[in-house]
Unconditional design. Structure first.
Length: 370
């Protein structure tokens, strides 16, 4: 069965100096270069392009992730200036473009791109030589230096933006700031410019009040790329039923995250000034399986009354790699096992396909330009 991953911050490989065109075992065993300071252990890497093909992952929403330095932000080592934020974001976009130029990937800019790409994957006997589809998104919006600049990013192929990531961002409150922080001064203007150019709003990693204000201003399509349910696992990083219902009413797809931090039950979660990797001792893979992920998927489906709004948003390698993923997920190819989990719960083949890939396919066919 095919898979579409609703969240893969793949460009983190630029920071981590990983060659994701290689088979995964080679990425995991790559020698440390002299003088390099590894950001995360390469042996925990969950994904490379050959591994995506092996696992039937036809496409993914890949991200530009830049968190500008702010004294109150939990993410260390961010750029010191606006100019550096912009340059780092553009560098990650360039990474995706060169992968497309080399035939490793195909950037899916339009609805017809999605239809053609997915048809190619459906018809193929083997996926070994096929490009992987990329929807381009951004977490936190720090590289967009002023609202009107969003049109430049759209022309470059960016299609999805979230207003938050960790801590306060340029336009709104993100994870680790509580739930009551709203939009900043230029947030409403950015949302209006996003509307004007046809951008999609990702409400993931964003404080509740910022989401509420954004939904009142923004008239375009929305999604939640990697977002679990607060009703199952408490904590500000998850989404309330109120906001999930509002998102569903707007036609959103909600991608279930594979992050143990968002799946571990019975552990009090205080996000202020912290990231999941800083509390890895509390959130162990052996405490979480794909059954826990399925619970969040089912909850979204219950709220929606159908299976058309839930899918996978793995946060692949963004959660720190396999050490931060469910016990039964070692690589992205193991996302295939979700189909078996849902099948054992009595789901029909059609409903399982919705979760695995058809919902994201239909969403982007509907909301990307023709």
């Amino acid at each position: 069965m095919l898979v579409i991953d609703g969240d893969y911050p793949m460009a983190l490989a630029v920071k981590m100096n990983r060659d994701l065109t290689l088979p995964l075992d080679q990425v995991r065993t790559a020698p440390q270069l002299p003088g390099s300071l590894p950001n995360r252990d390469d042996s925990e890497t969950m994904c490379s392009l050959p591994e995506m093909r092996r696992g039937g992952v036809a496409a993914a929403l890949v991200k530009v992730v830049v968190d500008q330095h702010r004294d109150s932000a939990p993410m260390p080592g961010g750029p010191r200036s606006d100019e550096l934020s912009y340059a780092l974001g553009q560098g990650q976009m360039a990474y995706y473009r060169i992968l497309e130029t080399r035939g490793e990937a195909r950037i899916l800019r339009t609805s017809s791109d999605v239809t053609e790409h997915m048809q190619q994957w459906e018809n193929a006997v083997t996926h070994d030589d096929l490009p992987v589809g990329f929807f381009l998104g951004m977490e936190g919006a720090d590289p967009i230096l002023w609202p009107q600049q969003v049109h430049e990013w759209y022309a470059d192929g960016l299609r999805v933006i979230s207003l938050g990531h960790y801590g306060p961002s340029r336009y709104g409150h993100g994870t680790g700031t509580g739930t009551d922080g709203g939009l900043f001064e230029h947030g409403p203007e950015l949302l209006r410019e996003m509307d004007a150019c046809g951008m999609i709003l990702d409400i993931t990693h964003t404080a509740d009040e910022t989401v509420r204000q954004a939904l009142d201003i923004f008239n375009g399509p929305i999604l939640a790329s990697h977002q679990n349910c607060r009703a199952i696992v408490p904590g500000e990083r998850q989404m309330t039923d109120e906001l999930l219902k509002r998102a569903i009413e707007r036609g959103a797809v909600i991608g279930a995250s594979m992050d143990t931090w968002m799946l571990t039950r019975n552990v009090e979660k205080d996000w202020s000034g912290k990231t999941p990797q800083s509390r890895a001792d509390l959130f162990k893979p052996e405490d979480v399986t794909l059954e826990d992920v399925a619970d969040h998927i089912e909850h979204v489906c219950e709220l929606a009354g159908n299976t058309l709004h839930a899918s996978i948003g793995g946060d692949t390698d963004g959660q720190g790699g396999a050490i931060g993923a469910p016990h039964d997920v070692d690589t992205i190819a193991d996302y295939q096992n979700m189909a078996q989990v849902l099948g054992e719960r009595g789901w029909s083949t059609g409903d399982i396909e919705n979760i695995m890939w058809r919902n994201w396919k239909r969403y982007f066919e509907e909301f990307l330009p023709n």
